[in-house]
Design a protein around this ligand. Structure first.
Ligand SMILES: C[S@@+](CC[C@H](N)C(=O)[O-])C[C@H]1O[C@@H](n2cnc3c(N)ncnc32)[C@H](O)[C@@H]1O
Length: 328
């Protein structure tokens, strides 16, 4: 997927104000900090240069992950049209841009974060957005734990790892308390998956139902195995992104884990979710599925199955199976 043209242009303009060398140094520092184990003792994004470096280097990937997660949720609940969004720990607004792209119904957006410079940049990036909801978004400084305003949709994207375990649960509870629907997105690592499972347990305990990726609200069948549920979003890189990230690839594959849960009604029938890249061999497609019964299964589709086989050749990791149930 491509970053929205208005966001890409705004990122270019923000980066153009700063020497490339300063941005590169800040990216190096941010990369080292995000890869380091343990939680930070102070905000990772420490000032204006860091905010621009974060936005140029990470925002396309987090935007892609949230967009994929919300699209999957939207496919599961046809007609879901949230009007209000609260983006918790929203930083420069990646999740707000993603939500606005998926749900054109949004009219009110509030982004909350502890770092004033990140919010300031987020406001500037959204100043000339095509979307009125983004142009008029509110960017509010707030430090969690604390109360979180309610909304039809609440996003918590790449935030939990910056909090102590007890605070993660408190944040998810506070974010879900006034949410119609909530999306929690984390990096697609075993640790990110564990944090998502923690959030999922809290949300189910609060009476919410899982919309995506799971086709059920029972325990995750991958807990206690060496596997973990995660997906990938392919985002095309802009020239600025390539300069800052190095390498020649025209895209990056952001691995992410997520859960979307809701208080709204969800369709009774849940299609299975494809947990890995389907393996295509001669005349055979092999898929690993998470099934509505709360179990995983390996499914083989052979060429002799005609239309089903052709459909199996077209589906991807993260899609639902069978695909006919995807349309929304
Ligand atoms: C990795 S960034 C993610 C930003 C954005 N949500 C995204 O997906 O690109 C984590 C954000 O969480 C914010 N954050 C972390 N702990 C926080 C706290 N206790 N209170 C408020 N914001 C917090 C940070 O300031 C930072 O902007």
């Amino acid at each position: 997927m491509d970053l929205p043209a208005d966001l890409a242009a705004a990122l270019d303009a923000a980066a153009a104000d700063l020497p490339l060398r300063e941005l590169e140094a800040s990216v190096e520092r941010l990369m080292a900090r995000y890869r380091a184990p343990g939680r930070p003792d102070r905000p990772i994004v420490g000032g204006r240069v860091d905010a621009v470096a974060y936005a140029a280097y990470r925002m396309p990937a987090t935007w892609g992950a949230v967009r994929a997660a919300l699209s999957a949720a939207g496919e599961r609940v046809p007609g879901f049209a949230p009007q209000s969004l609260v983006d918790v720990g929203g930083g420069t607004g990646a999740a707000a841009w993603a939500a606005d792209g998926v749900f054109g119904s949004l009219t009110e957006i509030v982004v909350l974060d502890q770092v004033g410079e990140a919010l300031e940049l987020g406001r500037r990036l959204a100043r000339d957005a095509f979307s009125g909801a983004l142009r008029h978004a509110q960017w509010r400084q707030a430090r969690f734990p604390g109360e979180i305003p309610g909304a039809d949709l609440v996003t918590v994207s790449y935030v939990l790892s910056e909090l102590a375990t007890a605070d993660q649960e408190a944040l998810v509870r506070a974010a879900a308390a006034g949410a119609g629907t909530i999306a929690v997105v984390e990096p697609g690592t075993p640790d990110g998956y564990r944090r998502v499972i923690g959030a999922r347990d809290v949300l189910i305990g609060m009476g919410m139902r899982v919309v995506a990726p799971c086709p059920h609200s029972d325990g995750c069948p991958l807990v206690g195995t060496r596997d973990w549920c995660h997906f990938a979003a392919r985002v095309h890189r802009s020239p600025l992104h390539r300069r800052l990230k190095g390498g020649d690839l025209g895209h990056e594959d952001e691995k992410f884990a997520y859960v979307v849960a809701t208080r709204d009604a969800v369709p009774q029938e849940s299609p299975a979710r494809i947990l890995r890249h389907p393996q295509i061999r001669k005349g055979l497609v092999m898929m690993q599925l998470c099934e509505p019964e709360g179990t995983t299964a390996q499914v083989l589709v052979s060429k002799r199955q005609g239309d089903v086989y052709r459909a199996a050749r077209d589906v991807e990791w993260g899609d639902v199976w069978p695909p006919t149930e995807r349309a929304g």
